[in-house]
Write a protein that binds this ligand. Structure first.
Ligand SMILES: *[C@@H]1O[C@H](CO)[C@@H](O)[C@H](O)[C@H]1NC(C)=O
Ligand SMILES: *[C@@H]1O[C@H](CO)[C@@H](O)[C@H](O)[C@H]1NC(C)=O
Ligand SMILES: CC(=O)N[C@H]1CO[C@H](CO)[C@@H](O)[C@@H]1O
Length: 458
């Protein structure tokens, strides 16, 4: 592309939602865009904590500059460990914290913002873009099934209210969402508390998400961390109708990092195992397993005798049964943090025990690894439903909590049963689909190139 004066002036502001793997996801997208568009300037806004981990890699393109946001946590604050606590504190400071830093970036670079690319959860960004008179590009990092539930929140709540009048809550939980395009396989109990609570909940997070359905259609371009081929027909049709500027650029976090350093020794350990024999266990950064489930999981691993690689923080390792580590040294490895994409890409890994966060599911699919799901909150239950019933590439643990017997059964199913064989076959086919779509000439590559083109014109 020829360097023109106008493209030299462009300044893309990227606003991260700095929780879970949201920050990493939009960072990865920006990284690819910045490499593809060396003449554009990118300013990235996230908290210091998030910036520190994202910008520690060596290969940051020269045209990206990070800015630290106020995280809203008061000094001397005593944490309650609730996963939404820091989110709420952060949201209290928005959008002013973003606005202050945006002004700083404009002053520093001498360039006006040319477009605002943000995590789609930051629903206030639509208005910010309007004020700045620039295009807004929301990036949705969870599954499209999740966005659909936010388009039909009113209908879902009505369904719940009608149901409650006639039946008890226990019966309602199994009611399916047939009336919602693309969600017929979901049950009421799969939905998140944010949706079910309605406006009665006073959380800023719920309030922000409740605006998704009304603000997203105002954006001329909406980016999904997903592949067009992986939608059900109904879901894609409905979302394309609501969001005509939908671009499916593919999974953003599943690409392997440049460095192949193995500081934890996980990969060398995996090298010594049989192909597809190892259970990999990892619950991301937000989920904490209660101790009784941790113990049940450990006992199940020991009982079934399968080799395991467990990503577990040091403070949780202390909660394991007495000499568990000693007894299982030959068969298992525990590390504080495993390099997940590389681990899932290793031939020895046969199954992933996961909370079913969207990026974990995507990384598993991209590497053709079936899953055992233990959903916790947010979109996990919906994702688990997709994994088990829509794609047929995994199983949820019995009762949705870890018990020794439940885990042993799930492991037997995946490794020994005819159903497990079918899951591996299904996930291999999905992996191929994803590789084609991400390859040269694939649909995700095409949509990414459209995005590159758009941001240089806005
Ligand atoms: C809902 O479905 C689950 C799983 O199929 C079942 O165990 C449970 O008994 C059902 N609940 C009711 C009230 O029918
Ligand atoms: C969509 O995902 C987010 C992130 O996990 C969650 O907070 C939200 O409640 C989900 N929505 C639904 C309907 O599950
Ligand atoms: C503004 C800024 O650069 N903030 C942090 C982002 O990440 C880098 C690299 O780790 C840190 O040094 C900065 O403090």
């Amino acid at each position: 592309m020829a360097v023109t004066q106008s493209s030299l002036q462009k300044h893309v502001a990227v606003l991260a939602f700095p929780f879970g793997s949201h920050g990493l996801t939009i960072f990865k997208l920006m990284h690819r865009l910045a490499s593809a568009s060396p003449n554009l300037h990118f300013s990235f806004f996230s908290t210091k904590k998030s910036n520190d981990s994202l910008f520690s890699a060596a290969d940051i393109p020269h045209n990206i500059k990070p800015y630290d946001l106020d995280d809203g946590v008061p000094t001397n604050h005593v944490s309650t460990q609730h996963p939404l606590e820091t989110v709420e504190l952060f949201l209290k400071t928005t959008p002013e914290n973003y606005k202050r830093r945006l002004e700083m970036a404009v002053a520093e670079t001498g360039r006006h913002i040319s477009c605002l690319m943000t995590d789609a959860f930051l629903t206030f960004a639509g208005e910010m873009a309007e004020t700045l008179d620039v295009a807004w590009i929301p990036v949705f990092v969870a599954m499209p099934y999740n966005v659909s539930a936010h388009f039909y929140t009113e209908q879902i709540r009505q369904l719940l209210i009608n149901g409650l009048e006639e039946e008890s809550m226990v019966r309602i939980e199994n009611q399916t969402l047939e009336i919602i395009p693309g969600l017929s396989m979901m049950k009421i109990s799969d939905l998140s508390d944010e949706i079910l609570m309605g406006d009665s909940g006073d959380s800023l997070f719920s309030l922000m998400l409740s605006k998704l359905g009304s603000v997203l259609p105002k954006a001329s371009t909406v980016v999904m961390n997903f592949y067009q081929q992986l939608y059900s027909t109904d879901l894609l049709k409905d979302l394309k109708f609501k969001l005509p500027g939908l671009l499916n650029v593919g999974f953003l976090t599943s690409q392997l990092p440049e460095s192949d350093a193995d500081s934890t020794g996980c990969l060398a350990w995996l090298d010594r195992r049989e192909p597809k024999s190892v259970v990999y266990i990892g619950f991301g950064t937000v989920v904490t397993l209660p101790q009784h489930e941790l113990v049940a999981l450990a006992e199940a691993l020991e009982e079934s005798g399968v080799p395991f690689l467990w990503s577990l923080r040091d403070d949780k390792v202390k909660e394991l049964p007495g000499d568990f580590l000693e007894r299982n040294r030959g068969n298992g490895k525990i590390v504080a943090r495993a390099p997940q994409t590389q681990v899932l890409g290793h031939v020895s890994v046969g199954v992933f025990v996961t909370h079913c966060g969207a990026n974990s599911v995507f990384e598993s699919v991209a590497n053709g690894v079936p899953m055992i799901c233990r959903p916790f909150f947010g979109d996990h239950r919906m994702n688990g439903r997709v994994v088990e019933e829509v794609w047929g590439i995994g199983v949820k643990v019995e009762g949705l909590v870890f018990t020794k017997n439940g885990v042993v059964k799930s492991l037997e199913l995946v490794f020994g049963h005819e159903k497990g064989k079918k899951m591996r076959e299904n996930v291999r086919l999905l992996q191929e689909t994803v590789m084609d779509a991400a390859g040269p000439g694939g649909s995700a590559t095409r949509d990414f190139n459209i995005l590159v083109e758009k941001i240089s014109r806005f």
